[in-house]
Design a protein around this ligand. Structure first.
Ligand code: NDP
Ligand code: BG6
Length: 488
């Protein structure tokens, strides 16, 4: 049983408290930290949204959200104790006449405590909320702000948000969330690379042939169609989650685990990404959009039907990219990225494929060595090696994995990424959050890919829900004499 060190008592204000993210992720995560004794019982959590409702009605909404997730019994004593920490204030957080006085009252007496403002609202209102917080006199010296992703929809809007937030909060008090950085296996990537001397000598173009990063989802856009249609897989997933994973695989060793040491190394990777412009867009990228099909044996609708009646859209629900990093370590090693909705399985993984032996003693048998880091489901790691297949009569080479499943190796319950990240905000640990320049560099690269798509004027390629994505994605690999790792 892991011991959880309690964090200091804090006040947390969740803007957007009635939204999908807050009810599905933030409140359940806070409950689990409370249940494990990590959140002191004199901490206070205040939900904010425009919809008018009483504190009790809001607590009921949180309980119902929790019950729907089937993550535990909301009537249990410990859940009731958790609900007792929660208050609710109705206000329009972008308006000076919010009204703010109820929030001021709700936070009274907590001026010396850690105070966290979690902005789980559309990013377009982040700047406005920060200005109103300042004008309402709510920003105490121990205040910090958490910004949800995606931060804006391009470099220009991201800069505008960063500048507006910076007028109220200094950079060391801004926590830009990318929840992938809170996942256990993602954090383990740093440990794997930098706590094992084994990997560094082979972690470069000298021994690595290519890297594949996949985040495949079985879900469609669900009730988030309005948001998603303005965003698409590139802004929703690649700009943040996939590029963060790429950075962790490709970065140089930081000189410490300090937030800035790690973030400085990550930004160097983003700055070294080779632009994909109009000349390369067709050979280096694929966009797709799902049509009706069968996912896990269930019939599902296509993207346009998911959006609603009579809708048209050229938004991509699938992206595959061939990214290249122009530096000494990675020159010539392609990083293939792919992500999509309504794929055949939920699978996020990083696959590092090594070069074949320089001289083959055993004929053509066998596959190259691969290191597979599984992020979800079934977190773990596989190192695929060549061995002699047991038995007499000849020397047959076979590929087999050394397989580490976290579930088998550790019997702990796996905390949701938000549990870790929320506690890090209270502790003041910025390591797993993105710095301003990091987010802006990621947008810079993504913006020119989107601009190249726009200037090509092509539509996303259709793919059947439950398939591996558009055929063009397989061809992107095929042209390089490689193939994607199977999704099933
Ligand atoms: P929702 O649309 O479900 O919720 C938005 C919330 O913000 C509602 O509670 C809404 O309540 C509130 N809100 C909007 N405007 C204001 C305002 N002016 N003042 C006060 N409250 C306001 O969005 P999500 O929960 O899906 O997303 C929230 C954020 O999290 C977004 O930035 C999104 O990109 C990000 N995110 C979401 C994920 C998800 O899985 N849902 C995953 C990763 C990131 P009301 O209308 O009553 O004001
Ligand atoms: C979010 C995206 O950031 O990540 C969603 O907005 C996506 O579209 C989700 O479904 C995937 O997260 P996870 O943790 O389920 O892989």
């Amino acid at each position: 049983m892991a011991e959880f060190v309690p964090v200091p008592s804090f006040d947390l204000v969740v803007f957007g408290a009635s939204g999908d993210l807050a009810l599905r992720k933030l409140f359940p995560s806070l409950f689990h930290r409370f249940k494990d004794g990590q959140i002191p019982s004199d901490s206070r959590i205040v939900g904010v949204a425009r919809q008018v409702m009483t504190k009790d009605a809001f607590r009921k909404t949180v309980s119902e959200g929790f019950a729907n997730l089937a993550k535990g019994d909301p009537s249990a004593e410990e859940f009731q104790a958790f609900l007792a920490l929660i208050d609710y204030v109705a206000l329009d957080a972008t308006k000076a006449d919010g009204p703010w006085d109820h929030l001021v009252q709700s936070l009274a007496g907590g001026e010396d405590k850690v105070r966290v403002f979690y902005l789980s609202t559309p990013p377009s209102v982040f700047g406005g909320i920060c200005a109103q917080l300042r004008d309402a006199g709510l920003v105490s010296p121990a205040s910090r702000v958490v910004l949800e992703k995606p931060l804006g929809r391009d470099l220009k809007s991201a800069k505008a948000i960063n500048d507006a937030v910076a007028e109220v909060f200094s950079e060391d008090r801004v926590y830009r969330i990318d929840h992938y950085l809170g996942k256990e296996t993602v954090q383990n990537l740093l440990v794997l690379r930098f706590a094992n001397a084994l990997f560094e000598p082979v972690w470069s173009r000298a021994a690595i042939d290519n890297v594949q990063i996949t985040v495949a989802e079985t879900i469609g856009v669900g009730s988030r169609g309005d948001y998603y249609d303005k965003s698409g897989a590139m802004r929703d997933m690649v700009q943040n989650h996939l590029l963060q994973l790429l950075c962790l695989v490709a970065m140089e060793p930081p000189n410490s685990v300090d937030a800035d040491a790690i973030r400085t190394e990550k930004i160097k990777v983003l700055q070294a990404l080779v632009p994909i412009g109009p000349a390369d867009i067709a050979s280096h990228s694929v966009r797709g959009q799902y049509r009706a099909g069968l996912v896990e044996n269930e019939p599902v609708k296509g993207y346009l039907e998911d959006l609603g009646p009579n809708r048209t859209s050229s938004t991509e629900t699938y992206v595959a990219l061939k990214a290249e990093i122009a530096n000494w370590r990675w020159s010539g090693v392609p990083f293939y990225l792919r992500t999509g909705k309504r794929l055949p399985s939920r699978r996020s993984e990083i696959v590092v494929t090594f070069r074949p032996p320089p001289h083959s003693l055993f004929g053509n048998g066998g596959e190259p060595n691969q290191l597979v880091m599984r992020l979800q489901p079934d977190e773990g790691m596989e190192m695929w090696l060549q061995i002699k297949e047991p038995g007499p009569g000849g020397l047959r080479v076979k590929s087999v994995p050394l397989d580490l499943s976290y579930e088998t190796a550790f019997t702990l319950r796996y905390p949701d990424a938000y549990e870790r990240l929320l506690m890090d905000v209270v502790r003041g640990n910025l390591s797993l959050f993105m710095r301003k320049d990091e987010v802006e560099s990621a947008w810079e690269w993504v913006d020119q890919v989107i601009a190249a798509w726009e200037s090509a004027g092509t539509q996303p390629d259709p793919y059947a829900a439950g398939s591996d994505g558009p055929l063009q994605a397989a061809l992107l690999m095929d042209r390089d004499g490689r193939k994607w790792r199977d999704l099933i």
